[in-house]
Structure formats: C-alpha cells, structure tokens
Design a protein around this ligand. Structure first.
Ligand SMILES: [Zn+2]
Ligand SMILES: [Zn+2]
Length: 137
C-alpha cells in the first residue's frame, strides 16, 4: 500500500467517478476522452464548414460556445477569415469583428460623450463671440 497511490485518487469533476489522477487533472480518463472527442468534432466541423460562425459550430457539434471560444482563444482552433471571430481588446469577450464588444463600446462611448460634452462648452461660446464680432464689422 503506497501513500502516493491513495493521494492521487480523486472524484472526476464531470462524472463524479473515483479515478487515479496521475497528472493532477480534474477529469477521469473517460471524460478526458469526451473533451478530446468534442474538440475533434469541432475541428472537423470547421474543416467541412470553413465559413461558419462560432454559433453555427456550436449548434452543429453540440459543443457549448464557451468551450469553442476557449479553444479559439488558446489558438487550438482557427476559424476562417470569413467568420472573423475577434475578442474585445478591453475585456476579452467575443466582439463580432469589432475591436470592442458591445458592452465595452457602450461603456466607452458614454464615457467619451461625457468627455466631449465637458470640453466642448467653452470653445462654443468663444466661437459665438467671434461670430458676433464679425457681424458688427
Ligand atoms: Zn469522469
Ligand atoms: Zn468588452
């Protein structure tokens, strides 16, 4: 009886089965195979449908979009340029081909507007003043 053998036993995070985790992984070998399987499925689906979006791939393979996005982010999967999957430069969420996701665009634009409103008040009155002067001439 070795202590090490007992220490590496744990419950699989996915199926709850007791297994011996030699590499410290949280999934049993069966569930690990499952992950590999969905990864292969996603890769093959993209290969067959190169211009599909993440949503299409998710629906076609029954793999959650989060998992697909994770693989894309990790560089394990590459979608074609046509589907142009991009991630927000600010928060890392999918941004539909834009530099920032909708949420950040909204946050940035409201922040920007505030800045413009605050700084545009003074030049405006100056301009009006100059304009009146010109008319008096
Ligand atoms: Zn398992
Ligand atoms: Zn964002």
């Amino acid at each position: 009886m070795t202590e090490n053998g007992l220490n590496s036993l744990r419950n699989c995070k996915k199926c709850g089965r007791l297994f011996s985790s030699l590499d410290g992984g949280a999934l049993c070998s069966r569930c690990n195979d499952d992950v590999d399987d969905s990864f292969t499925r996603v890769r093959e689906y993209i290969y067959d449908n190169p211009s599909s979006s993440v949503k299409d791939v998710s629906e076609g393979t029954a793999v959650p979009t989060e998992a697909i996005l994770k693989w894309i982010r990790e560089g394990k999967i590459r979608l074609s340029d046509e589907s142009s999957i991009t991630f927000c430069e600010r928060c890392g969420e999918p941004s539909n081909g834009n530099r920032f996701c909708n949420k950040c665009v909204h946050e940035l634009s409201t922040g920007l507007k505030k800045g413009i409103e605050a700084s545009s008040e003074k030049p405006k009155t100056k301009h009006i003043g100059m304009h009146i002067k010109e008319e008096k001439k």
